[in-house]
Design a protein around this ligand. Sequence first.
Ligand SMILES: *Cc1c(COP(=O)(O)O)cnc(C)c1O
Length: 473
Amino acid sequence: MKSDMIQQTQSILNLIAKRDLDDDEKKQLINETVDNFNEYINPGFLKYRKSFSPDYVAVEWADSGNTFTCVKGIEYIDCLGGYGIYNVGHRHPKVVKAVTDQLNRQALHSQELLDPLRGYLAKILAELAPGNLKYAFFTNSGTESVEGALKMAMLATGRRTVIAAVGGFHGKSLGALSATSKAVFRKPFLPSLHSMRHIPFNDLHALEQTLSCLQYTGDDAAAVLLEPILGEGGIIVPGDEYFPGVRRLCDKYGALLIADEVQTGMGRTGKMFCVEHWNVEPDILCLGKAFGGGVMPAGAFIGTEKLWSPIFSNPFLHTTTFGGNPLACAAAIATINVILEERLCERARTIGDIFLAKVKSTIKPYTPHLTIDARGKGLMMAIEFADTDVGFRVSKGLFKERVLVAGTLVNAKTIRIEPPLTITLEQVDVVITALGKVLKEIASEMKPQLIIEPIIKPIPVNILQQTVLSRQL
Ligand SMILES: *Cc1c(COP(=O)(O)O)cnc(C)c1O
């Protein structure tokens, strides 16, 4: 040990206990955080984050309501929503109270005595979830929910092949990663664990062909694993006939339908679960992200009695130490209470419609030079830009205007807007004003170039876009 570890850890504990920092402490915290990322986390992160530049470093310090505050005291409207974590807002008092009340009595479970909150939460989910979904297994993340769902599908059907979508994202552990579709994440780890087929999203013909070919070759599909709306894939909303069609085809070929609602669930799209928009009942529903109310990491997968019966006789076939712990269950129960009591599903629909309409009219003068499209459902929205460079400039510009959106240096062609469902109309207007200002600035910077070089820039058509185009035709 190079330094006095007791003193070092104690000084960090003192920092955690502080509510306010003086100027020297702020400076020290910012510098040390940058150094620690560079030296001990991964210097690569700093290169890609818009919160870091030579003249500007934002280190987070506090959050509440619909905003984050950095160490310097600058407040950001959160339109990133932690990629869908903060549906009930930041540190909702009811979620915080439930978790601290539980924490003050007992934090984690004994692993032998029966833990009551796990039972209550499972019962609540059974009543809340569509159709015959009944038994729940609790996890610590979305990835683990998908991982468990895949194992359950293999167990229940005795089959191995899983069909997922191009553009789909399901996590990065080896099992979930094989269902995730992007080459950049998969290629270094191929071959994937399971027999996996990726097909175009929103294309029933492709699904039926694949299911029937698999049946012919004896590689029968155990499950079709889909996000109801592609999140990481760029907020691709399928046609209304797609999910009912998927359900029908799954039944025809004896495959299970797994809905990955890790991002779309918990009210995000205007219904508690996105599949409810189409009255579709999946065989397994995966949850994560907002499930813990933005306070605790928590996830779950829920299935029918028929699916669960193989593990009745041996419940140890799939286990987790921390999944379903009392703090996580307390957070999830409070989250469900808040979503229902504050009517956040309705709110996501109403505010989402207004927000999207305003985004559309704001980007209109810049289409197709800078912007291509704005789309979404509820408060799961995205703006597509002419290219990654424009997207990154917009997300960086918005950041300077104190609005946080998704979009990194490498992945900003489509930036996601997923604010807390509690975002106010006043905050929506602040975001819209900032967006208009930033687009105007970028357009004026780019103008000379545009005049000399008229816009004949072809849009690269990848498979994902083909899917979007074929939907529009
Ligand atoms: C984020 C996400 C996951 C992975 O969840 P983690 O909590 O990051 O493990 C899986 N599926 C979807 C649809 C997601 O958006």
